[in-house]
Ligand binder design. Structure first.
Ligand SMILES: C[S@@+](CC[C@H](N)C(=O)[O-])C[C@H]1O[C@@H](n2cnc3c(N)ncnc32)[C@H](O)[C@@H]1O
Length: 268
């Protein structure tokens, strides 16, 4: 495969709206994969974008106006319980399908999932999307360590700034979880609605993630309905899939359903 061909496809893909801020390693990997299928230039660019759309763009129909959000943030209170700060978070969480779907249960979701841990001192949110805007609802110790990753650099810059605003010891970085599973030792890790999305990129990634994440408690969720709101037997599919993932593992697992999510709390 010619390097110039790879670079040309990457440049064309990244020139499209929303693709420029995606993890370069992920874009290159998908590009190489699609070039290997031997289609023409235009069809290859389209195919690469289609894969990237399925795993990322589909959840974010428009690139959020992060610069404006950062300006707004400057004038907001820092107290996580403040209603003005929370209203800002709620409004912005609407932009990402996953957080939008969780909003109706935001008041109880983190009590039910993290509530038994006391004040959480360190948290890892993998493929976080805009979920760090839910930090004010989480039972965190003031100044807690928060590690965030996803594929969009502009999103990570924003959620990183949000952590700083909240007085948290936050670090956000762009990652491709297929290539690298962060193994930072943490008290709690969130892997929310992400396994089905990553399994589209690589079969078996769910198992590698569960093994590799170095957390005392891991909260794993699956959607109980599709992006369009239809329930196409997803509950059963994902219940079976998760049961297979943890089969034979010496972990303590508790399952529950909160809002539109199947939730598993795994203690390693
Ligand atoms: C279904 S959304 C879940 C977002 C968030 N965890 C939540 O539940 O609010 C899946 C997320 O995975 C991210 N993603 C897709 N492929 C990824 C990859 N290879 N590495 C890291 N994150 C990825 C997407 O950008 C998207 O934000």
């Amino acid at each position: 495969m010619e390097t110039s061909e790879v670079n040309q496809v990457i440049a064309a893909v990244r020139s499209g709206k929303g693709y420029g801020s995606m993890d370069p390693g992920l874009v290159e990997r998908i590009t190489r994969q699609e070039i290997a299928k031997g289609r023409g230039f235009k069809a290859t660019v389209k195919a690469v974008r289609s894969v990237l759309h399925q795993v990322g763009g589909a959840y974010l129909p428009a690139t959020p106006p992060y610069a404006g959000w950062l300006e707004e943030l400057k004038g907001l209170p820092h107290d996580p319980a403040d209603p003005v700060l929370r209203a800002f978070c709620r409004e912005k969480m609407q932009y990402h399908a996953s957080t939008r779907e969780r909003l109706p249960v935001i008041e109880t979701f983190y009590q039910q999932t993290l509530g038994g841990l006391g004040e959480v001192e360190s948290l890892l949110d993998l493929a976080c999307g805009l979920n760090p805007l839910a930090l004010p609802w989480m039972p965190l110790k003031p100044g807690a360590q928060v590690i965030l990753c996803d594929i969009f650099s502009d999103m990570l810059a924003f959620v990183d700034a949000f952590c700083v605003h909240m007085g948290l010891d936050g670090v956000g970085f762009v990652c491709d979880l297929v290539e690298q599973v962060p193994d930072n030792p943490v008290q709690a890790a969130l892997l929310l609605k992400t396994i089905p999305c990553l399994e589209q990129l690589q079969k078996g990634i769910g198992s590698r993630l569960l093994e590799g994440i170095n957390a005392e408690t891991l909260v794993v969720t699956y959607p109980a309905a599709s992006l369009g709101g239809r329930n196409k037997g997803m509950r059963k599919t994902y219940t079976d899939q998760f049961a297979e993932l943890i089969e034979g593992k010496p972990w303590h697992v508790r399952g529950l359903e909160i809002g539109s999510e199947l939730v598993y709390i795994v203690r390693k």
